[in-house]
Structure formats: structure tokens, C-alpha cells
Write a protein that binds this ligand. Structure first.
Ligand SMILES: *[C@@H]1O[C@H](CO)[C@@H](O)[C@H](O)[C@H]1NC(C)=O
Ligand SMILES: *[C@@H]1O[C@H](CO)[C@@H](O)[C@H](O)[C@H]1NC(C)=O
Ligand SMILES: *[C@@H]1O[C@H](CO)[C@@H](O)[C@H](O)[C@H]1NC(C)=O
Ligand SMILES: *[C@@H]1O[C@H](CO)[C@@H](O)[C@H](O)[C@H]1NC(C)=O
Ligand SMILES: *[C@@H]1O[C@H](CO)[C@@H](O)[C@H](O)[C@H]1NC(C)=O
Ligand SMILES: *[C@@H]1O[C@H](CO)[C@@H](O)[C@H](O)[C@H]1NC(C)=O
Ligand SMILES: *[C@@H]1O[C@H](CO)[C@@H](O)[C@H](O)[C@H]1NC(C)=O
Length: 849
């Protein structure tokens, strides 16, 4: 199910500046490689990055059974028109590509696929193989199924081909019987052999595996502890490097670090710059400052791979913190086997700033459930090193051809739920449009200028698996307000709260609740939501609480109610509003929460007669909320995506501690054993991640986007949508980004704050807030990064000019927070959704917000 969802590398955007590389590293190359837009006409076409793509026709061996085509529809997620909008169609194997290449040189082959309707052909009927240089790269490949399973619009695959002795390199694209094949772009780029050293073959004592004769497929390429590196910033090989955060397992995720600016990375003959760029070696992830915590956990990354293949795991190291032998010594485990122990980077290379990489090969067997690659680090306690810690700077995983000269794995299987939900959404869309004459809004929302008064629901199916840390919306459709999932039971059975949950939080009687709210007196209403009202109340003769009563006419199902109790009673964190208890009696479903004396963050920002909050206090509130969200994203076994992050969902207790609320009116689906559930989700206009609409993809980065809007709202103290303003200013998120680009952010800051923020602090704050709003989720920081940067801003506010002091303090604050999550996890993991995906839906009435 949903196998290999995290093979996101395959979907890299690709920008290539190979000429740079050629000039440097391959002087006697006779050709510069090819960048072809398949099916394009004679003229070279330019993509969004200014790269020129030539036509492919002259490399075809004939013109039989092939034709050029143009996609019928341009998916909004396409990063660029060229090469995706044109395609080369093959109807038989009688035509292939033939490329004159430099002999004895390895080549990158990158293939670009955009499954769309070409010349009236349905992409779901297309299956084909690709053979290059005698190696099967793809077999029975369906671009449409793969794209659907990954919820992606297009697919890129990268292979590293072995040298051709002499003559041409043939690439043959063959349709399955009765089918057709297509390809949109082909890139063939010569490269130096970066696989000359044999890899240590795990599971075979002291055996080495030669890589020189192997064809490899890039599965993952990560700048561990660092940022996304686009191809034009790579060290000449036009590779794309991704952030490692999505692959980290558990909440013991360590801390990221960066080499001091004055440290230069010294490449050598055995590790030349083409191995990995400076940015990979000068950033890394370590375990964190607490020896006690480090001794008790493994820093772990998990990757989904195809079974029955051997993989090369390349680990990149460069020390920049310690400088003596036996200061940092650690074990490396790959797939639960010891790959290297002890590992002492300084002992290997002799000093700081000297990169080294290690290649390990491991076979992933085809027994069920084995389709994962685990990489783990743990301090070698027995060596008694000065610090109990570990470091990793970069990681690559390549699949090797098998003995049948094959690299092709099976097509991923889109989840059944996805298919069902699509059908459901389809029929809903149909009935809605019959009833109403056409869809509501989508376009306006994506543009951030939607009318706030519309009530909108988005029906989604979401699969959130913590291991992969990528939640996905698999299908979405916009409907109007009153729709509800059909899968939830409406009848109200007797008490069904599990004993477990009942044991974890209190059970109140209805009379206690009625007494505490003066029989649900109207004057005590402090909030109204789609589910019903929230009342201010008291229990135990005086303790203030907030009481949420499901509107009996609301269709919020009993399952949602139960799940919310089960989830919330276990998700306990200083920065989450906690559930005290519940009442399930006389047809009522009531939840009792901590009372937040200072109300919502919003009511302290604008349209209020409360005094303006000082900057430092605002920062502390943002940090608290970030901690709460970071905990949701990483603290439980499964990632929990809040989906409705906004200033009215950040509450403040009597000591002004920020608490995230409304974190999921969770709902379980019909089958708890499967990793998917159909739910309904709503978000709030002004905070909604535009990518969520464009790509129909929900990840924790959608929360990061919303949180970025919150940060600007806190800084500017204005509503996130204000229709009375000129058009470009209506949406705060859009406007803040415009101002950031123009350098005019200071003009929109809350007048109460002007001149009262330390400039270094302000710069850091706006920088991280701006990054949260980036278009692509993958470019946005993780919640952990956001948190760290906010801690850093706060320290800069307190220690102006003391960069290093501030950085250290921020590291400590961050590490303390993650250590508490790690400690919690042991408890939480035991019971929270141990056999269920955490899928949260939010049913909120958007009226008037
Ligand atoms: C490519 O195909 C041609 C025939 O079309 C063949 O002569 C040549 O040997 C092939 N090249 C390789 C490297 O297999
Ligand atoms: C870099 O500067 C720091 C102080 O900022 C110093 O402690 C360190 O030794 C310097 N490193 C090198 C390699 O010069
Ligand atoms: C490694 O061990 C963990 C439990 O300790 C297990 O869940 C996981 O499946 C193992 N991974 C592999 C690849 O064998
Ligand atoms: C770390 O991983 C190794 C290999 O999977 C395992 O043997 C060891 O028990 C783990 N250690 C901790 C503290 O989880
Ligand atoms: C596993 O791979 C080998 C080739 O290395 C192949 O012969 C075998 O059929 C594969 N097994 C399965 C179950 O696919
Ligand atoms: C990959 O193919 C080469 C021949 O090109 C072969 O020598 C090598 O053994 C194959 N790799 C594996 C892991 O079987
Ligand atoms: C091709 O792939 C499809 C979808 O994954 C699968 O249903 C079919 O059985 C495969 N056919 C062959 C011949 O492997």
C-alpha cells in the first residue's frame, strides 16, 4: 500500500547547467550531451529556467510507428511548459533513439514523463519499457499509475549509465503489446566516474562490490541537515539535493549545524569536488547536546525502496565541530546490520573541513515488508569518546542493476481508498453541479483573494504515515458547506469510548456539565464552530474549563467524537490545549478542555481594545505555537497535520503560554487496519497553502505555510484578508511576499512595534516567515527549522550582536524541546494509534472568519 511514496527524488525539478561541468572536468569530451524536448518542432525551446531544449527527431532511427504529440491539458503543477507539453509517441518497437556519445564515459540519463492525453490516447492504457545500453531501466511502466500513486503531475527518473565502448548509445522505448509509449524529455549528460571505488557489501564479511560495471538508478539524494540544492548549485553534475527531514524517523531527530564561515572545505584527489558540493559538506545533522538522550536513541532515516535489488548507500561526512581523535565516535547501521563501527571522522581524514564518503552495498530481499532501507547512527559508547554523538552530512541511495541487467521495479499501487474517494468525489461533484450549476471558487482561493463569507468544504482522502512523514491528499473536490462524509455512522450507540481512552481522561456526568455551564447558558458561549458551541464553565466547584458541545443537529459522528477523545487524551504537550475529560450521555457528546484565560492570539493583535503585546512576548507566543505544531508533526508515531493553523486557534493561558487548539477533530474511516481514511477537511481562507489546491497534495508543509501567515499577522497586526484594501494588499500572505521582494516590509509592520525590534532579530524573523510562504512545500522549512529560527530570533533580540551566543542558546532551547518529545514518544508510541493511521479532519464553519 502506498509503497515508495517517498521516492520523491524522482520528481525533481531539473535545471541543468552541464556546460559548466564539461568545461571543468571533461576536456576531451566530443559532445556536450543532449537536452531534448521530445516531439517538439525543429526550433530549440526554452524552459522556465532559460535552458534550451532541442528537438528529438534527428536522433530517431526511423520514423515508423512514431509521432509527435501535444498534451491536451496543462496540469497546473507542471514547473515549466518545456519539455512536458510535447511528447514523442511510440506505437511499436521498430523505432528507437541513437545518440553518438563519448566512448568510455559514464552518462546521466534523465527521463521526463508527463502522463496526459496525447492524440486522444488515454494515459492509463500506456505501459512500456525503456532499455538503454542493454539494461532494462523501466519495464511495464505506467506513468499514469505512478503519478497517481505519488499524487504528482509528472515524473523524472535519473540513471547513471555505464560507458559505451564505441559507437552509439541506444535508448529503446517499447510499448507493451496493444499499448503505446510516450516520453516528454530526455537528458543525456557525460559525467566523470564517481563510482570507481568498490562498496563494502553488508552481510558478507569483508566483501567488496565493484560498481564500475553497474548501471545505477538514483533513488534519494539528500543534503543532510542542509537545504535543497538545485542542479545549478551542484558541483558540476547537475544533481538535485533534497532536505533530509522528511525521511527522519521518530522524534529524536537531532539538530542541524553548519560549519563556521571561515572553514574551507578541502577537496582532495580521493574526494574531488564533483563528489558533492560544498554546501553538502558544510552542513550536517548531529544527535543533540544531551549525552544521556543520545546514548538511548538512534538517529534514524527510513527510505522506501523496491525489493529484490541491491542498493548502494553513500554516506558523506565532514567534521567541523570537533578536531581530535576519539571526540566523536559512532556506529553506522544499515538495515539493522552494523555497517561501520567505530566511525571517527577525524581519525579517517586527520582534521576539520576534509570531506570523506563511504559506500555500502546492501541487498533488500523480497520477503514481504522488507521494502525499506534503514540508516541509523549511534554513539560508540564502548570507545568512551569525549562526546556521545554522531554526524552525517549527506546521503545518496542508488539502485543497482540486477544480474538480469534489469533496474525496473513494479508500478506502485495507488491506495484503494484513493480510488474509492475519487469515485465518491466524482459522483459528488456531479450531483453538486447539477444542484448548483457549477463549482464554487477554487481559483480565487489559490490566488488568496477569496471572499471570506463563503462556506467551503474540501473532501479529501489523506494518508499520513509518520515513517515517511509525507501526508498526501489523494483526491480533493470542492463542494459547498453542508456535505459530510458518507462513511461515518450517524446513529448514536451506547457508551462506546474505549476503556483505554476512558482510563486516560475523565468522564463527566451530564448533570456536572449542566451545572458547570448554567445549563448551557447563552451568555457563556465563548466560541462557535461547525460542530456546535464552546462554553466557559467550571468544574469541581471552581476550576475553569472550556466545554465543547456537539450540536445535536450536527452530523459530527460518534466515531469522530471517540477518536478525538482517544487521540487528544494521549497527545499531551505543554503547547497543546489539553483535554480534561468528556461526557457522553443522553445523546450529548461533550468535550472538556483547559480554560485559556487570555483567549486567542488574534484578540491581542488587532480590532481590539486590549493593549498591544510587546515584541518579545509575541515572539515567545510564536515559539510556543511552533513547539506545539512541531510536536504534532513529529511527536506521535504518525505525522499529524493540523490543517487549520491560524491566530484564533492559538490560545493563551493565564501565564501567556501559547497552546495550539483544535488540532484535529479526528475521524477514523471504515477500516482501521488500513493506512487510509476518507475525511473532510476545511481550512481557513488567507491561511490556505496554495499548493494544497494546485497539487492536491497535503503535507505538514501546508501547516508551515499557514504558520508563516500567522507570523506575518503577528508582525503586522492586520487581518490576513482585508477586502477593503487595494487588490495587491488584500491577502497578507501574498502582500508580505511582495513587500519582502521589494524590501518594503518595514512599511507594513505594526506601528506599535516600529523601532522596537532589534534589526537582526527582525531580519531573521522575516526571513523564516518568508520561507514558510514559498510556493513549493519542498522549499519551505520544516516546523523544526521554523522553531529553531524563531528561538534564534528571540536570542538575537536578547543578545543583539552576539550571533554565536544566540546560536548556542537557540541550539540549547531547541534541543531541550526535542529531547522532551523524544522522552514522550516512548510513552505515546505505546498507545497512540499503534495500529492506525492518524488522520485528522477539521470541520469548521468558515463563516465570518
Ligand atoms: C545500437 O544499435 C545499433 C543498431 O541499431 C547497433 O549496431 C549498435 O551496436 C548498438 N549499440 C550498442 C552500444 O549496443
Ligand atoms: C574560525 O573562527 C572561529 C571564531 O569565530 C575560531 O574559533 C576558529 O578557530 C576559526 N577556524 C579556523 C579554521 O580558522
Ligand atoms: C529494523 O528493526 C526494526 C525494529 O527494531 C524493524 O521495525 C525494521 O523493520 C527493521 N528494518 C529492516 C530493514 O530490517
Ligand atoms: C540502534 O539500531 C541498532 C541496529 O538496528 C539496534 O541494534 C540498537 O538496539 C538500536 N539502539 C537503540 C538505542 O535503539
Ligand atoms: C529477484 O531478482 C532476480 C535477479 O537478480 C530474479 O531472477 C528473480 O526472479 C527475482 N525474484 C523475484 C521474486 O522477483
Ligand atoms: C549489473 O550488470 C553488470 C554488467 O553490466 C554485472 O557485471 C553486475 O554484476 C550487475 N550487478 C549486479 C548487482 O548483479
Ligand atoms: C503491468 O503493470 C500493471 C499495473 O501495475 C499490472 O496490473 C500488470 O499485471 C503488469 N503486467 C505485467 C505483464 O507485468
Amino acid at each position: 500500500m502506498m509503497k515508495s511514496i517517498s521516492k520523491t527524488l524522482l520528481f525533481a525539478l531539473c535545471y541543468c547547467f552541464f556546460t559548466h561541468f564539461l568545461a571543468k572536468s571533461n576536456p576531451d569530451s566530443t559532445h556536450k550531451g543532449y537536452i531534448l524536448s521530445c516531439g517538439a518542432s525543429e526550433d530549440a525551446a526554452t524552459d522556465a529556467d532559460g535552458r534550451k531544449w532541442g528537438p528529438d527527431a534527428k536522433f530517431l532511427t526511423s520514423s515508423r510507428d512514431t509521432e509527435a504529440a501535444t498534451a491536451q491539458y496543462q496540469d497546473p503543477s507542471l514547473p515549466t511548459v518545456v519539455p512536458y507539453m510535447t511528447a514523442r509517441i511510440f506505437k511499436s518497437s521498430s523505432t528507437s533513439y541513437k545518440f553518438p556519445v563519448t566512448p568510455n564515459t559514464r552518462h546521466w540519463l534523465r527521463l521526463y514523463f508527463y502522463p496526459s492525453t496525447y492524440n486522444g490516447l488515454d494515459p492509463f492504457t500506456s505501459y512500456f519499457s525503456v532499455v538503454a545500453n542493454g539494461v532494462t531501466l523501466l519495464h511495464n511502466f505506467s506513468g499514469a499509475i505512478t503519478a497517481k500513486a505519488f499524487t504528482q503531475g509528472y515524473i523524472i527518473r535519473e540513471f547513471c549509465l555505464t560507458p559505451v565502448g564505441s559507437g552509439d548509445l541506444n535508448v529503446t522505448i517499447t510499448p507493451a503489446k496493444g499499448s503505446y509509449a510516450y516520453v516528454n524529455g530526455i537528458e543525456l549528460v557525460p559525467m566523470p566516474d564517481i563510482f570507481q571505488k568498490p562498496a563494502i557489501f553488508l552481510g558478507f564479511s569483508d566483501q567488496y562490490l565493484e560498481l564500475t560495471s553497474c548501471t545505477l538508478q538514483t533513488m534519494f539524494r539528500l543534503n543532510v541537515g542542509g537545504q535543497f540544492i538545485p542542479p545549478n548549485k551542484d558541483s558540476g553534475l547537475t544533481r538535485t539535493w533534497y532536505d533530509d527531514f522528511p525521511y527522519l524517523f521518530g522524534s529524536g531527530i537531532g539538530v542541524t549545524s553548519r560549519a563556521d564561515k571561515n572553514l574551507s572545505i578541502q577537496y582532495s584527489k580521493s574526494v574531488p569536488e564533483v563528489i558533492a558540493p560544498v554546501d553538502v559538506y558544510s552542513t550536517g545533522r548531529t544527535m543533540g547536546p544531551s549525552a544521556r538522550v543520545n546514548a538511548n536513541y538512534n538517529l534514524t532515516w527510513i527510505f522506501q525502496v523496491d525489493a529484490n535489488f541491491t542498493y548502494v548507500v553513500r554516506l558523506h561526512f565532514c567534521e567541523y565541530e570537533v578536531n581530535k581523535i576519539n571526540e566523536r565516535v559512532f556506529d553506522i547501521y544499515i538495515n539493522n546490520q552494523t555497517a561501520q563501527s567505530p566511525s571517527d571522522i577525524i581519525a579517517w581524514v586527520g582534521g576539520q573541513g576534509r570531506p570523506i564518503y563511504k559506500d555500502f552495498a546492501a541487498y533488500v530481499s523480497d520477503s514481504p515488508g522488507d521494502e525499506e532501507m534503514w540508516v541509523q547512527l549511534h554513539p560508540t559508547v564502548s570507545m568512551k569518546p569525549k562526546h556521545l554523538n554522531a554526524l552525517l552530512n549527506g546521503l545518496e541511495i542508488f539502485k543497482m542493476n540486477d544480474s538480469n541487467m534489469n533496474l525496473a521495479g513494479p508500478n506502485p499501487v495507488p491506495s484503494q481508498m484513493l480510488t474509492d474517494a475519487e469515485a465518491e468525489a466524482e459522483s459528488k461533484r456531479f450531483s453538486e453541479s447539477e444542484a448548483r450549476n457549477g463549482p464554487l471558487i477554487a481559483g480565487g482561493v489559490a490566488g488568496g483573494v477569496a471572499s471570506c463569507a463563503l462556506v467551503v468544504a474540501i473532501v479529501v482522502v489523506v494518508v499520513v504515515k509518520k515513517k515517511k512523514k509525507t501526508g498526501k491528499i489523494l483526491s480533493s473536490v470542492i463542494t459547498n458547506g453542508s456535505s459530510h462524509s458518507s462513511s461515518t455512522g450517524k446513529t448514536f450507540p451506547g457508551s462506546q469510548i474505549s476503556n483505554l481512552a476512558a482510563g486516560l481522561c475523565r468522564h463527566f456526568s451530564l448533570s456536572e456539565i449542566k451545572h458547570g455551564t448554567k445549563n448551557f447558558d447563552e451568555s457563556r458561549v465563548i466560541g462557535v464552530g461547525g460542530f456546535g458551541n464552546v462554553y466557559r464553565g467550571t468544574i469541581d466547584g471552581g476550576t475553569k474549563v472550556a466545554i465543547k458541545r456537539s450540536n445535536p443537529s450536527s452530523e459530527q459522528g460518534v466515531h469522530e467524537f471517540q477518536t478525538e477523545i482517544e487521540m487528544l487524551s494521549k497527545l499531551r504537550h505543554r503547547h497543546l490545549v489539553s483535554l480534561i475529560g468528556f461526557c457522553e450521555e443522553g445523546g450529548e457528546m461533550i468535550l472538556v478542555y483547559d480554560y485559556m484565560a487570555n483567549g486567542t492570539l488574534r484578540e491581542h493583535l488587532y480590532k481590539t481594545n486590549k493593549p498591544p503585546l510587546p515584541w518579545k512576548q509575541r515572539l515567545e507566543i510564536c515559539i510556543g505555537a511552533a513547539r506545539g505544531l512541531h510536536y504534532l508533526h513529529t511527536g506521535a508515531r504518525h505525522t499529524i497535520i493540523h490543517r487549520d493553523v491560524k491566530t484564533t486557534n492559538i490560545l493563551l493561558d493565564e501565564k501567556w503560554v501559547a497552546k495550539v487548539s483544535d488540532f484535529g477533530l479526528s475521524k477514523t474511516g471504515p477500516n482501521l487496519e488500513q493506512d487510509h481514511v476518507s475525511t473532510m477537511v476545511k481550512g481557513s481562507f488567507g491561511y490556505l497553502d496554495p499548493e494544497y489546491f494546485r497539487r492536491q497534495q497535503l503535507t505538514e508543509k501546508s501547516d508551515v505555510y499557514s504558520f508563516g501567515v500567522v507570523l506575518f499577522e503577528v508582525l503586522c497586526a492586520r487581518p490576513v484578508l482585508d477586502a477593503s484594501l487595494p487588490k495587491e494588499q488584500v491577502s497578507l500572505g501574498d502582500y508580505a511576499r511582495i513587500c519582502e521582494r521589494k524590501g518594503t516590509l518595514h512599511e507594513i509592520i505594526d506601528p506599535h512595534l516600529k523601532g522596537r525590534i532589534n534589526p537582526e532579530c527582525l531580519r531573521k524573523f522575516t526571513e523564516i516567515a518568508g520561507k514558510c510562504l514559498l510556493d513549493h512545500g519542498t522549499d519551505r522549512p520544516s516546523m523544526g527549522d521554523v522553531l529553531w529560527n524563531l528561538e534564534f530570533s528571540l536570542q538575537l533580540e536578547e543578545h543583539p550582536g552576539g550571533m554565536l551566543v544566540a546560536e548556542n542558546k537557540a541550539n540549547n532551547a531547541y534541543a531541550t524541546h526535542t529531547a522532551t518529545i523524544a522522552a514522550d514518544e516512548a510513552i505515546v508510541n505505546d498507545d497512540v494509534d499503534s495500529n492506525r493511521s492518524a488522520v485528522f479532519s477539521q470541520l469548521v464553519d468558515l463563516k465570518g472568519r
